[in-house]
Write a protein that binds this ligand. Structure first.
Ligand code: GRF
Length: 196
């Protein structure tokens, strides 16, 4: 059974999709804990499933590295096989990435390498692309630059605003994230082979 810790920063709809999938013992993965950089609304999903949560706020630390070390200490308390960034809106410093790689994946609301960074959906709209989508990738020391694990396209509609497009992207993203974690649990995906 693949053990997972999920990190979030916001509403946690991707987290909820994983929690609901993992509620089925045949899924092959279980969420041990959920962490955040702030008291995010999405932590309530974990509490409802009786799963431990932790908050490690960057403001409480003198450096990003010290913050990341505390985040890592909280994660390692649960000894997960995999850490999933699901709407986690902080850049993780190299000390964290090196400690977790390659068992650290992120979901991003664009077809990387297009539109990296924190405003992917808005950037895609402003660029006027007809198709965008979702990328799930291994986290490396860059910003949204790690090896791709899975991608799925989402068509942009002419009357789309950022919120509507992002909601349509997120419905695809949740499915792809649940399927990807299942494939990692079933050893259909080998993260180490993606990062060599
Ligand atoms: C997701 O689209 C994620 O890719 C992006 O922020 C969104 C988080 O949504 N970084 P939620 O918190 O999972 O609902």
């Amino acid at each position: 059974m693949l053990s997972v810790v999920v990190l979030i920063s916001g509403s946690g709809s991707n987290l909820l999709a994983l929690l609901e999938a993992a509620d089925n013992p045949l899924y092959g993965a279980r969420v041990l804990a959920v962490g955040s950089d702030n008291p995010a609304d999405g932590l309530a999903h974990a509490e409802r499933f009786g799963i431990p949560t932790f908050v490690v706020s960057p403001q409480a630390f003198d450096s990003r590295e010290a913050w990341a070390d505390m985040l890592l200490a909280n994660i390692n308390h649960f000894k997960p096989d995999l850490v999933v960034l699901a709407g986690f809106m902080r850049i993780l410093p190299s000390n964290f990435v090196q400690a977790m790689s390659p068992n650290l994946i992120n979901t991003h609301p664009s077809l990387l390498p297009a539109f990296p960074g924190a405003h992917a959906v808005r950037d895609a709209l402003e660029a006027g692309v007809k198709t965008t989508g979702v990328t799930i990738h291994v986290v490396d020391e860059g910003v949204d630059t790690g090896p791709h694990i899975a991608q799925r396209e989402v068509e942009v509609q002419t009357d789309d605003n950022e919120h509507d497009l992002h909601e349509r992207i997120k419905s695809v993203e949740r499915e792809l994230l649940v399927a990807t974690v299942k494939d990692i649990a079933a050893k259909n995906i080998h993260l180490a082979s993606l990062t060599n």
